[in-house]
Design a protein around this ligand. Sequence first.
Ligand code: GCO
Ligand code: MG
Length: 403
Amino acid sequence: MKIVDAKVVVTSPGRNFVTLKITTDEGISGLGDATLNGRELAVASYLQDHVAPLLVGIDPHRIEDTWQSLYRGAYWRRGPVTMAAIAAVDVALWDIKAKAAGLPLYQLLGGASRERVGTYGHANGQDIPELFDSIRARMAEGYPAIRIQTGIPGLKTVYGVHHSAGATAVPHQQARPVVEDWDTAAYLRHIPTVFEAVRNEFGPELPLLHDAHHRLTPIQAAQLGKDLEPYRLFWLEDCTPAEDQDGLRLVRRHTTTPLAIGEVFNSVYDYQTLVSEKLIDYVRSAVTHFGGVSPLKKLFDFAAQHQIKSAIHGPEDISPVGMAAAIHLDLAIHNFGIQEYAGYTPLTDEVFPHAYTFTDGYLHPGEAPGIGVELDEDLAAAHGYEAAYLPVNRLLDGTVHDW
Ligand code: GCO
Ligand code: MG
């Protein structure tokens, strides 16, 4: 089999998605997700201008060799743009291989290790009553675990909280970056009171998560982790910017709150210290940003040696193609932890018809050969790219802070 075409489709059925479609001389085609929120066209150009011409003529079955030649051959390694592009190729080639075998991808990854894939959903509210409504909505949808984000008294807009209570999709994207505001001391005072209120209302059993979105220093993260211990979180996510892997040693020394990190990572090297020293409990990279299924499977095997579990990043800005690839991995690996699942708009599901299902809070990849996602190219073309950026975050004195 030979690759005869590789093309990039950028579509915006509510938000932007970048999809690679690889076609072979045997008529089998594969899809890969290359969506990098706010920098979509950079990845589209990387793929269309620099990768697609190299793919034509090669044997699509040579997934590992293609991955290594794109990674090592470019000389300039790692980085979100490069790794999102390589991820799209990797997933599209797995899709082709599994279709050629007539099997759903999870069968080629070792087969099912479980019957279904547990998820967590997002609950949020400006204040406690709004948050409780949102938690009830997620519970009614069946989510077995729930991530909680709230407004902070005195701050206008905060990550993860939006204005239509109850909705799952968070419209982060805007044509110009929205400026949000931030006060770490106010946040550190407020969040433990939120978890106390939630535990009082919903009891001790509901697994609760929280995303600090890279905003704390290691000592602040340690304080928050300690303050949240009575509420037994499933995890505290991105408590500090994790480029500073050493910083996690300090956090870990002070708190038993489980820690999850990795959505902005794109290489196993970002995890070297964190995993080998057992400084975290969950690795949270997306298939789409980590170079694809091949390297993520290797990361999970490395993490398994250290009793660390998977938690593949699954926000609305990973397309259904990237989500499907994640669900196949989730079903197959032994050290599965949980899958983030925020859901998609009906129009997005129409652009990307898929075999995977979400039932009572659990995902299953389905039995269609490949990853089980198609692309409606006409509908995609009817919804072209729209310039959109993530917000920026400023302290009350105007200083730029981590978003
Ligand atoms: C999450 C993430 C997302 C990111 C988004 C950026 O935990 O799902 O923090 O909400 O902010 O993916 O593009
Ligand atoms: Mg996050």
